[in-house]
Design a protein around this ligand. Structure first.
Ligand SMILES: *[C@@H]1O[C@H](CO)[C@@H](O)[C@H](O)[C@H]1NC(C)=O
Length: 242
């Protein structure tokens, strides 16, 4: 008899607790019971619905940088196309008006945001020596100043570095470029010897098909006595074709 009562009591407790286990949290709250921890929906094949997997969701993880390869298209200040950068045996400069086999091909890597200064590497150099492209002299560029710095192949230098002397005649900066992943424009940002970034315009002298950088194109042109030496601003764009 005692055993029967005890087993009835156990059966009652078990049935009550199993009934309680099937209550929704709303019903449990209504009865003053503690809520149960949430259950995760059953995972579909390949979709592990666990908190760990949710943390690895691609929309929240950092996006890797992207590498671009192509030629540099030179455009005039009014948007007209001149041609691609020339890959000379003596270095990089000027616009290639000849066969496209003499176009310079470059490669660079940028963050997906497009922010930050980058190095641009020549990948088919016709020249010997360092294979980045950047500034090769160390004058100070400024508004109101006619000074210029030259353009060519350079060693790799740190971001925000002033010109680094190379040999007897050169002072190099490579990490002067920004790339806009929407417009594909490449802009130059030369750092003066004092460590400050200068407003930098890419200048083109049609007279000798030369490209260099100035801080004030008006001041540069005002200082020329020969009209042949006047320059105009140009812009660089990455061209993925070819
Ligand atoms: C500027 O560049 C020239 C050529 O490399 C170098 O001789 C000179 O020391 C540089 N000036 C400074 C202040 O670094």
């Amino acid at each position: 008899m005692r055993i029967f009562v005890l087993s009835c009591a156990i059966a009652l407790i078990l049935s009550v607790s199993s009934a309680l286990a099937t209550l929704t949290n709303a019903q449990r709250l209504a009865r003053g019971l503690p809520v149960l921890p949430p259950k995760f929906a059953r995972a579909l094949p390949g979709y592990a619905r666990t908190p760990t997997a949710a943390g690895a969701n691609p929309s929240t993880s950092p996006v890797p940088p992207k590498t671009y390869t192509g030629r540099i298209l030179v455009k005039s200040y009014d948007g007209g196309t001149y041609g691609h950068l020339y890959n000379w045996a003596s270095g990089i400069n000027g616009i290639n008006f000849g066969s496209s086999s003499e176009d310079l091909h470059v490669s660079f890597t940028v963050s997906r945001s497009g922010k930050g200064l980058i190095d641009i590497m020549a990948i088919n150099p016709a020249f010997t020596g360092p294979s980045y492209i950047g500034t090769t002299s160390n004058d100070t560029l400024a508004k109101g100043s006619p000074t210029a710095v030259s353009f060519g192949n350079v060693i790799r230098t740190p971001v925000h570095s002033p010109p680094v002397p190379v040999g007897q005649y050169n002072a190099d900066e490579s990490a002067i470029w920004t790339f806009d992943p929407t417009t594909y424009e490449l802009k130059a940002h030369y750092v003066n010897l004092n460590g400050h970034k200068a407003g930098t315009t890419i200048a083109y002298k049609i007279y000798d098909n030369s490209i260099f950088f100035v801080g004030d194109i008006g001041a540069y042109n005002a200082a020329q006595d020969d009209p042949d030496y006047l320059v105009s601003p140009i812009t660089f764009y990455l061209d993925l074709t070819g």
